[in-house]
Design a protein around this ligand. Structure first.
Ligand SMILES: Cc1cc2nc3c(=O)[nH]c(=O)nc-3n(C[C@H](O)[C@H](O)[C@H](O)COP(=O)(O)OP(=O)(O)OC[C@H]3O[C@@H](n4cnc5c(N)ncnc54)[C@H](O)[C@@H]3O)c2cc1C
Length: 634
């Protein structure tokens, strides 16, 4: 007999996720008097709370003596390519407000004696807009926002996973969720997804193990995704997952690989002359993500290719050794690493003879961080790989971070607001500005009609009345787990920074197999989790692989975070790869429409013209016209 799915509770505003973006959205909703409720799988899970780098970056409009402006920052964000101009403007315009909101609740961004906040230069940043609290900026943000949420008495319910969006007449009215292996309904007038980046599609990443995502639920609801193929990949440690950017490279460690017999290779010597090695490793610090433009002679992204060759073409393990200098660099090291690196180390008072000693001088926290995870960089090699770190694309949103379903919002890394490249730190800024704007819109748009209700049985939920599965139910779970593992492995092999038509097709074919299997399964309560994860990952990989195929078929070449067809041409030929900028004025959209995948390019929305005549803006703001303009535009 089909079971009726019971109601868990009703909320006016439901926020999903307890990362920096989710808490911030809820806090702003509460400031606007909206009484939000937060649900999450586990309060302490997710990327914001569990990740970082040597100096985790927050990007905002510059506050230094050189001066900056909202429009200048907009231009930087927009020039990342395949970025909607209105979103770039919103992220720039609210960046200082959100930065100071964080400062006001206790996030300790450093300022000088007189209160000036200095900036530093990060990747894809022309003018030093970055700030940081150290290795754990996003953790500090999350903890301060959590305290604020506690002070505002915002309820947080754990152990809940969304599995299906409920909407009527293209307006959201609730969610089906999984709680304690049971399906339940939560009714809500407004829902804000802040469930982070889709780490779950990969077998290995530098995302924390606790990050899953719920983007697959949004994909299955038929929402459009933008820039699905645009990511960031870079060097990270694998046992303890952490970004090896900034200080970890700037103190110039030694790259080594070991073959199956334990023979050691200083493989960068095949790629760089002794005079270039130190410069390239140093630059990797602030040019951390892989980028084809950084491949040309002596470029820092050649290091990613070199690591890839060792790991995947030669089957060796790759490590960073902090105990010795690269042997190709003559002594004294400081005189043989180029003027830029030498000046940086000298200015920072770093002059010790070994990399680990230099790391302790430059950024002691980044040494102790590994020690806290039982890895002593002074004694042992650090296993590394090229890993996915951030999804630049995501769910399509308008300038209030509202999705194509009315009253359903998506903020943080789950939302697709970045393009081919983004400045380091722009992800954390986008998460804050998006949450603020969603809250402002919900508060500004007044009351909605009463939420819809409908009776849903578990059988209708699975869309699966045929119950055609012929195997034993006990073996279903095992089969699904195997399929999931296989899919993730294929994604980690074919949908990373080296891509090809054939690779994308392999993933797509496997997705078809999974889809067929899913339609024959009739899950029982003990395997709901696996069933939903498999259907979410399948949906996301269909979108991702189809986007890659569509881009290559349209003639797209290497750009942003990936190389196309590098295996065919050979890695050496990639040294002169130019980044393909022909599609920078277009955004690739993809969605599931009646079980089929639809993919197309559309022009980017331009940066809105200036509208800063005070009297005009004043009337539009107080009369609520700023929200209505949005409805007309969409
Ligand atoms: C190693 C590393 C270094 C980085 N460095 C930087 C940097 O220097 N600067 C920068 O700007 N960005 C950086 N990023 C990216 C940035 O940290 C993330 O984009 C950001 O923290 C995401 O925040 P979020 O709130 O959107 O998602 P998250 O912090 O991931 O939060 C997601 C929340 O949703 C919950 N959740 C997820 N799935 C489900 C589900 N199915 N059901 C219920 N709940 C769910 C999670 O438990 C969590 O509470 C880095 C990322 C990594 C991995």
């Amino acid at each position: 007999m089909p079971d009726q799915i019971k109601e868990l509770f009703t909320a006016r505003v439901l926020v999903i996720g307890t990362g920096a973006a989710g808490y911030n959205a809820a806090v702003h909703c509460s400031h606007f008097g909206l009484k939000p409720v937060i649900i999450t799988n586990r309060r302490t899970y997710g990327t914001s709370r569990n990740t970082g780098s040597d100096k985790q970056t927050y990007y905002k409009t510059g506050l230094s003596a050189e001066g900056d402006s909202v429009r200048a920052m907009t231009q930087t964000l927009f020039s990342g390519g395949a970025v909607d101009g209105d979103l770039a403007l919103c992220e720039a315009a609210h960046s200082l407000q959100e930065f100071f909101h964080l400062v006001s609740i206790g996030v300790r961004f450093p300022h000088n004696r007189w209160g000036e906040y200095p900036g530093y230069k990060t990747d894809h940043d022309p003018c030093g807009r970055a700030s940081s609290t150290g290795p754990f900026t996003s953790k500090a943000m999350t903890e301060c926002l959590e305290q604020e949420a506690g002070r505002l008495k915002i309820p947080v319910y754990e152990g809940i996973k969304p599995v299906k969006i409920l909407s009527e007449k293209n307006t959201v009215y609730g969610l089906i969720v999984l709680k304690n292996h049971k399906l339940k309904i939560i009714y809500a007038d407004y829902i804000i997804f802040a469930t982070g980046g889709p780490a779950q599609i990969y077998d290995y990443t530098v995302y924390p193990r606790s990050q899953a995502s719920a983007s697959g639920v949004l994909a299955q609801a038929g929402l459009s995704f933008v820039n699905m193929g645009e990511w960031q990949y870079g060097i990270g440690s694998t046992v303890f997952r952490w970004n090896l950017s900034g200080s970890y490279q700037q103190i110039i460690p030694r790259y080594v690989s070991l073959d199956e017999n334990g023979k050691e290779y200083e493989f960068l010597e095949e790629w760089f002359s002794p005079a270039e090695i130190g410069k390239a490793i140093f630059r990797k610090g602030y040019e951390w993500p892989f980028h084809p433009e950084k491949l040309c002679t002596g470029g820092s992204s050649l290091i990613d290719l070199a690591v890839y060759q060792e790991r995947y073409l030669r089957g060796r393990r790759v490590f960073l050794d902090f105990t010795r200098n690269p042997s190709g660099i003559k002594s004294p090291l400081i005189k043989n690493i180029g003027t830029e690196a030498a000046a940086y180390l000298e200015k920072s008072g770093v002059n010790a003879p070994t990399p680990v000693q230099r790391l302790k001088q430059l950024n002691p926290q980044s040494y102790f961080l590994y020690l806290d995870h039982k890895i002593d960089l002074a004694k042992e090699y650090l296993a590394v790989d090229i890993l996915p770190q951030h999804h630049n694309g995501g769910v399509k949103v308008d300038c209030w971070w509202q999705t194509e379903i009315k009253n359903l919002f998506c903020v943080g890394e789950a939302a697709g607001t970045h393009g081919v490249t983004r400045p380091g730190g722009a992800a954390l800024n986008a998460g804050q500005t998006g949450g603020y704007r969603a809250a402002l819109y919900i508060a500004g748009c007044g009351k909605t009609k009463k939420t819809g209700r409908c009776e849903i049985s578990d059988i209708r939920m699975f869309n699966n009345s045929r119950r055609s599965y012929s195997g034993r139910h006990g073996s279903q779970k095992k089969e699904m787990q195997n399929m999931l593992t296989n899919l993730k492995k294929l994604a980690s092999r074919h949908l990373v920074f080296i891509r090809s038509r054939e690779g994308a097709q392999i993933v797509l074919d496997e997705c078809r197999v999974c889809l067929r299997a899913l339609s024959s399964y009739c899950p029982e309560t003990d395997n709901y989790h696996t069933y939903f994860e498999l259907s979410e990952v399948t949906a996301l990989l269909r979108l991702f692989a189809s986007s890659v195929l569509h881009y290559i078929r349209a003639g797209g070449k290497s750009r942003g975070s990936y190389l196309i067809n590098a295996k065919k041409t050979g890695l050496n030929a990639c040294k002169k790869t130019a980044s393909d900028r022909r599609f920078h004025g277009k955004i690739q959209e993809v969605k599931i429409c009646r079980q089929k995948i639809k993919t197309f390019f559309r022009p980017v929305r331009p940066v809105p013209k200036r509208n800063d005549w005070f009297e005009k803006v004043w009337h539009e703001y107080t009369g609520g016209e700023i929200f209505r303009q949005n409805r007309r535009a969409s």
